[in-house]
Ligand binder design. Structure first.
Ligand code: 9MR
Length: 388
C-alpha cells in the first residue's frame, strides 16, 4: 500500500512548496495521476487559510482547553495564524463554566477571550443551552427532585446572564441553543423541553439577547442537510422571528465522511436557511476517512461509545494516496458549494486544528487514527488545500 508519508520527500522537488498554485499538482485531475504535493511549510505566510478564503467567508477552528493553556502548543500557533474566528471546543459548555450550583470557573474561558483579543479573532461562544455536558444539578433541587418550569427558567436565566453577560463586549456570537431537534425535525425530549416546554428555546434566546445585546445569536445542530431536520429548523427560526425574538444565524454542523451525506442536500439546506433571512454558518466541519459500523456514520451523537475494532481503524500507519484523493475530492465538491453560496455563508469553522487532536479520533470509538481536517499530524496543510 502506498503511504503518503513515504512520498513527501520526493514530492518536494517536483511540486514547489510555497505558492498557491502549483501547476499539475493542485488540480483534482492532477491528483488522480500522481501523488499529492507537499505544500507550504507550516508557519509560512504564503498560504494562510483565512487569506485563501478571504473573499468568501470567515474561516474558523475549534480550540481546546489544553491548547489555550499552553502557549507553546504548535496547534495554538496555527489557530492564531490560519483562522480569523474560533469556537471553544468544550470550555464554555455548562459543565465547564458552571460545574456546581453558584460555582463558576472562568479561567479557561477568560484565556480564550484574551487569545481572541490578542489575535484579532471573532470568538463564537459554544454553547449556552444543550441537553449534553450539562450537570444533573441543573434540573434538580437540593433534595434531588425535578425542578418545575419556573425554577428551571430561573436557573437558565442566571446561567445565561452570568456567562454571556460576563463577555457581552468580547464574544462576537453565541450558539445559544444546541441540538434541540430530532432527526425527523421534531423537538428532542430533553430535560429542558420536558420541564419548561417547547418555548425553552425562545426563552434562551431572550435571555441571551438581554445578557449580550450586541452579540449575534445562533441555533446550532447536526444533520441539518436532512430534509425533515431542515424543515424542523426552519419552523423554529420562523417561530422566533414571528415572535420578534432575535435570531441571527443557523449553524450547520458538518461532521461528514467520504460517502455521507449527499452534498446536494447540504446545498438545498443552505439555500432554504438563507431564504429565512438568517446567516448560514458552517460550524463544525470535518470529513472522516474511516469506515464506520453500519448506522453509526451519521451525525455527532456524543453519547455513542463503541468498542474499538481494527477493521474500523485501517490507516494507523498513514493514509493511502487513493484515500487522500477521495478526501480531496469531497472537500473540493463541498467548498464549490460553499463558495457558490458565499453570500449567504458568514463562516466556515473546522472542528479542530489538526488531525492529531481531532475529536474524530475518539468517536464513535476511542483510539482511531482519522484524517478529517486540512492540517495533518505534522502540522502541515494538506496538498489539496490550494485547490479549494
Ligand atoms: O469535540 C467535542 C469533544 O471533545 C467532546 O468530548 C464532546 C462531548 O460532548 O463534544 C464535542 O463537540 C461536540 C460539539 O460540542 C457539539 N456538536 C458535536 C461535537 C462533536 O461531538
Amino acid at each position: 500500500m502506498k503511504i503518503i508519508k513515504k512520498f513527501n520527500k520526493s514530492l518536494i522537488a517536483g511540486c514547489v512548496t510555497v505558492v498557491l498554485v502549483v501547476s499539475g499538482c493542485n488540480s483534482h485531475q492532477g491528483l488522480q495521476q500522481q501523488a499529492l504535493p507537499e505544500i507550504a511549510p507550516t508557519f509560512s505566510k504564503d498560504i494562510l487559510l483565512k487569506n485563501h478564503f478571504a473573499e468568501n467567508f470567515k474561516i474558523g477552528t475549534a480550540i481546546s482547553k489544553a491548547q489555550v493553556l499552553n502557549s507553546a502548543d504548535p496547534e495554538l500557533r496555527l489557530a492564531a495564524e490560519h483562522f480569523n474566528t474560533f469556537t471553544p471546543e468544550n470550555s464554555m459548555k455548562w459543565e465547564s463554566v458552571n460545574p456546581l450550583p453558584n460555582e463558576y470557573q472562568f479561567d479557561v474561558a477568560d484565556a480564550l477571550v484574551n487569545f481572541a483579543k490578542n489575535n484579532n479573532q471573532q470568538l463564537v461562544g459554544h454553547t449556552l443551552v444543550w441537553h449534553s455536558q450539562t450537570p444533573d444539578w441543573v434540573f434538580e433541587d437540593d433534595a434531588g427532585n425535578p425542578l418545575n418550569r419556573a425554577q428551571l427558567l430561573k436557573v437558565m436565566e442566571i446561567h445565561i446572564k452570568t456567562v454571556a453577560g460576563r463577555y457581552a463586549e468580547q464574544i462576537f456570537a453565541w450558539d445559544v441553543v444546541n441540538e434541540a431537534l430530532n432527526e425527523d425535525g421534531s423537538l428532542r425530549e430533553s430535560k429542558w423541553q420536558q420541564i419548561i416546554g417547547d418555548d425553552f428555546i425562545e426563552q434562551a434566546f431572550i435571555y441571551a439577547h438581554q445578557a449580550a445585546p450586541n452579540a449575534k445569536l445562533y441555533y446550532n445542530d447536526y444533520n441539518m442537510f436532512k430534509p425533515e431536520k431542515r424543515a424542523g429548523a426552519i419552523k423554529l427560526i420562523k417561530r422566533l422571528k414571528q415572535k420578534g425574538i432575535q435570531i441571527d444565524g443557523v449553524g450547520m454542523q458538518a461532521h461528514y465522511s467520504l460517502d455521507y451525506p449527499d452534498f446536494n442536500e447540504v446545498e438545498d439546506s443552505i439555500v432554504a436557511f438563507a431564504a429565512t433571512g438568517v446567516d448560514v454558518m458552517v460550524t463544525e466541519l470535518d470529513i472522516s476517512v474511516l469506515p464506520f459500523p453500519e448506522n453509526l456514520a451519521e451525525g455527532a451523537d456524543v453519547s455513542l461509545d463503541v468498542a474499538l475494532q481494527q477493521q474500523y481503524n485501517p490507516y494507523t500507519e498513514g493514509l493511502p494516496i487513493e484515500i487522500e484523493q477521495q478526501l480531496a475530492s469531497r472537500y473540493q465538491n463541498l467548498f464549490a458549494i460553499y463558495k457558490k453560496h458565499s453570500e449567504s455563508i458568514g463562516r466556515v469553522t473546522f472542528w479542530g486544528v489538526s488531525d492529531k487532536q481531532t475529536w474524530r479520533n475518539g468517536w464513535p470509538m476511542k483510539g482511531r487514527t482519522d484524517y478529517p481536517l486540512l492540517i495533518d499530524r505534522d502540522m502541515k496543510l494538506k496538498g489539496f488545500v490550494n485547490s479549494l
